[in-house]
Design a protein around this ligand. Sequence first.
Ligand code: F6P
Length: 362
Amino acid sequence: MKKTIAILTAGGDCPGINAVIRAVAKTAINDHGMDVVGIEDGFLGLIEGRWRQLGYEDVSDIITRGGTILGTSNKSDPFGFVVDGDVEHPERVDVSDTVIKNFERIGASSLIAIGGDGTLSISEKLRGKGLPVIGIPKTIDNDVSCTDYTFGFDSAVATATEAIDKIHTTAQSHHRVMIIEVMGRYVGWLALCSGTAGGGDVILIPEIPYDIGIVCNRLVERGKRGKRFTIVVVSEGAKESGGELVVKKVVKDSHDRLRLGGIAEVLAAEVEKRTGLETRVTVLGHLQRGGTPTAFDRVLATRFGREAATLACQSSTGVMVALKCGDIVTVPIKDAVAELKKVPRDHHLIATAESVGMSFGV
Ligand code: F6P
């Protein structure tokens, strides 16, 4: 009997999602003769019963397109679906049985869930209720364990690097300290890689709480060496040693309720107060999630998608596709979501950045 697979994209979007959808659907149709159903807006579509058939033409010509043709949502945890209340007291209900029933209505033998740690954690819980699921790791944060890279990360690094390059020239002209805030939630991969690629002078990441005195000394010291500008790249999740995360807002109906943001402004005020150096802030924000995927992400997305469709044909469940030392492998989803993949203090790139004169503020 002809198999059907269902795909959903959940959590924050990023470049490369459409490339994955295309690869899953084309492999399923071409190699395995399966039917493909796309669920709309992530788990919300499974809660509300919204999906559509995906034919070959629907996934044609989308490899370069940013966003997701299926839509997404980072507010629809079926195990704690917010139905009422306010930010402080959201009223949550467990609608996971509805998700299971709707999945049965589709008649699919597998669900391919494309998402970050939130989506993958929900997928693992649904697997515990009998839903056959395969995960594909997606996020600009690169914080999913058991894979060297998530797709979307390389594109976000490219966007952030291009922005840093542009800020570099105006920093030179005006002899200013320029602070660029990048995303990444609780991990510093995006700041570390874009800061290194963009030739930043100071990189501040969540894994290495910084000393504001050391940061300011570095800026003043550069001035004494004749360098009249400084580029500081700061992760939204960075914080001063002994300090707190800077939270922009709390959202009531998300899996992860904190939205970080604002550390660059806090830092700029402190730098100006302590050093008198003219300082400006640029927050890159959602720019980092948009646009065309890089060639690396298109290839990774295509490899991930092809592997996931093949696993679905073999009726595998509870596994995530991953990149390990250049190879596509499969790992248990539960291992991938056990902890966030943070930047290890002894990572080669940290030592490398230090060797070329960058400071982590410690
Ligand atoms: O996880 C991806 C991400 O872009 C993070 O880097 C950022 O903290 C968060 O999502 C922003 O979420 P939202 O789109 O809900 O503002």
